[in-house]
Design a binder for this molecule. Sequence first.
Ligand code: AMP
Length: 376
Amino acid sequence: MARETDPIGRQAAEGLILLKTGATIGILGGGQLARMLALAAAPLGLRCHVYSPEKNSCAFDVVHAFTCAAYDDEAALARFADAVDVITYEFENVPAATAAFLAKRKPVLPDPKVLALTQDRLIEKNFISDLGIATAPYATVHSATQLADGLEKVGLPAVLKTRTLGYDGKGQAKIMKAADANDAWRSLRGVPCILEGFIKFEREVSVIAARGQDGKVECFEVTENEHRDHILHISRVPAKVTPALNTEAVRVATKIAKAFDYVGVMGVEMFVVRSKGKQHVLVNEIAPRVHNSGHWTIDGATVSQFEQHIRAVAGLPLAKPLRLGKKVEMLNLIGDEVEDVERFLTQPGTSLHIYGKGKPSPRRKMGHVTRVWPAK
Ligand code: AMP
């Protein structure tokens, strides 16, 4: 990393990055998260250059520049690195070799070491547990025999998950009784797995945390999430949790952000459980990126999760987020739901976000709607 102040204004002594107006942020991945990041960068006077192998990437529509090339195309990656001032990403499955190649040329934030910790559910759970943070009981499962041992340890019902590449319920099999175990193991094709006890949670929540280069952390309030068919359906704030639970959830997310030495926005998904009459959180998953459950912040808060992420990677101070309105709800538009949206255009307090992904397909996130209920 350069040691003197260069044209982008990198601050020498602290090794911090401070982007100036007109600087360019490179984003790996070209989906709706990259699109909303680019839209948030513009008012700060920053440009975005998206790198994605998909030729119809919806982020291409709104950026200063884009590169459409494979993640192992070193010539394209090198040109991309030359064209940008700092690099970030919108998804956690950035190949390790891609991140390492780019990190030799330009700062990559959050640090790619975070990818290695979050791409594998087992490594992630071990990391969280080592911080003294509660999770569902879990066991490593690399064979049918280990699955039988794991069921002894975590109990029934349980859920078997592939260690890598699972999302929106893909790569998961629920085990209700011991006799289901072999089918579950076969359905995931014998790849390395983690077995988790199935938690009877009261509700699911998330904390969207931002950490700046100066180490300051700002969290959005706890968000309550309702899933349909394993896909996020509705997010609501305020969540129906006690003030003590809100404090605990924010403390847990802050602890993880600090332990990762994180720069940017991350989403921490949690289950709320009740024991001895009190609510507690168990961490389910960490997303090292902006998160679907934080989309309400675009219209429902004084600063959005996307702007916070851009501020963090650009070296700007974070804002203290405040909710607008007495409650806010975000509804995902999945598949052809995006074709029936006219009513949202006239509904009071409602904002429509269509991602421009072209033809809808089932289970695909095509847009979202946010409704803000005014304080009075
Ligand atoms: P994940 O891919 O781990 O985020 O899981 C997707 C969804 O499956 C979660 O949001 C929960 O609704 C459910 N789920 C995952 N793991 C568990 C668990 N151990 N106990 C109960 N529900 C779970």
